[in-house]
Design a protein around this ligand. Structure first.
Ligand code: UDP
Ligand code: MG
Length: 339
């Protein structure tokens, strides 16, 4: 870390991005060079299995603005981003994907808004090119649930992790150390003066997205269960409803028995009721289990990530410092969420 802070920190997590990282750096530096501000680029190598690390080191040899945090393994994008945000020293910080889906050319617009006094400037996607209908539809549904059942703060629509955060807002974000990191929610949680800049999101430049529908589903669950108690409440209502129906049905039964005597029948009804209720109860238990799992993971209070090396800025030869980062070390929730 430098003693005098740069104006702008770029935070770029990279996992197997060897196809794009050079182009990303070229486009980014073209933008940064045109600015009248000082900057640093914090790359996070999130346990890449290709030569992403070597490529970043090669870039670092020619670009003294680069800081590289090499994590001990793959922790997933949210945690990688957190590691980067922890180490960003700028007066304003901009997290950006290295796969060029977030256009670096938008950075001056974000900065302009910041200079007008906004503390969080969100880049908002105007269109979702190259994304399937199902992805768009599921995304829309997800936002609807979050908007309806979230807390007092609202989750902005069509906003990813690409944004500008000023020092105060970032310090606030960095105090939130929960393990289930739904970053978009965390940014909404901390508040501060928000502004928006619209842009068109590009299809991936190279490589393949590590996202698939299963991951997207888990990501939505993450958002919903980390920021709302809507599923728990849903089951309370469902319980009331089922109880009410069975009460009414019970009265009808009683009336029939009193009026017409008791023909012993109704086995199918009994069978269906039992299996239906059994199913509903199991789902309810699953929902409670989901929240309980989160409580379990948070109470362990493990560090969020582990750092292998930090290649700090402005060392003459890129030399690995064996830095351990005390409070901010790691966990992936994968051990839990994966099974
Ligand atoms: N990424 C990461 N760790 C991971 C997966 C992704 O650091 O485990 C990085 C990746 O290199 C990219 C960004 O996070 O810079 C977004 O990843 P991706 O393009 O796969 O996600 P999507 O664009 O679908 O949100
Ligand atoms: Mg991407």
């Amino acid at each position: 870390m430098t003693t005098d802070c740069p104006d702008i920190s770029i935070v770029a997590p990279a996992f197997n991005e060897s196809d794009t990282i050079k182009t990303f750096h070229a486009r980014l530096t073209a933008v940064l060079d045109a600015l009248d501000l000082t900057s640093e680029i914090v790359f996070i190598n999130d346990g890449s299995t290709d030569d992403t690390l070597d490529q970043i080191l090669a870039l670092k040899a020619v670009d003294p603005r680069i800081v590289l945090i090499d994590l001990s393994r793959n922790f997933g994008k949210e945690i990688a981003l957190t590691a980067g945000l922890d180490h960003a020293t700028g007066r304003a910080t901009i997290p950006i994907d290295t796969d060029l889906q977030d256009p670096p050319e938008l950075i001056p617009d974000l900065i302009a808004k910041w200079q007008q006094g906004f503390q969080v400037v969100n880049a908002r996607r105007r269109s979702r090119q190259g994304e399937s209908y199902i992805k768009k539809a599921t995304a829309a549904q997800f936002y609807r649930i979050m908007q309806r059942f979230g807390q007092r703060y609202q989750l902005p629509k069509n906003v990813g992790d690409f944004r500008l955060i000023d020092r105060k807002a970032l310090d606030a974000v960095n105090t939130v150390r929960e393990h289930h990191r739904f970053m978009k929610g965390i940014f909404a949680l901390v508040g501060f003066r928000h502004a928006y800049v619209d842009y068109d999101r590009d299809p991936r430049f190279g490589g393949t997205t590590s996202f698939n529908y299963w991951k997207l589903w888990n990501f939505s669950l993450e958002g919903i269960t980390s920021f709302t108690t809507f599923p728990l409440r849903l089951f309370s209502y469902m319980g009331f409803l089922v109880a009410l129906v069975s009460f009414v049905y019970g009265i009808i039964f009683l009336a029939r028995v009193l009026a017409f005597g008791d023909p012993v029948s109704g086995f199918p009804t009994l069978f269906l009721t039992m299996t239906f209720l059994g199913g509903v109860q199991l789902i309810g238990l699953g929902v409670i289990g989901e929240y309980l799992g989160r409580v379990f993971n948070e109470t362990k209070n493990r560090p969020l990530y582990f750092v292998n090396d930090i290649y700090a800025q402005s060392t003459e030869t890129p030399k690995a410092l064996s830095v351990s980062t005390p409070i901010r070390v790691a966990v992936s929730d994968k051990t839990y969420a994966g099974d």
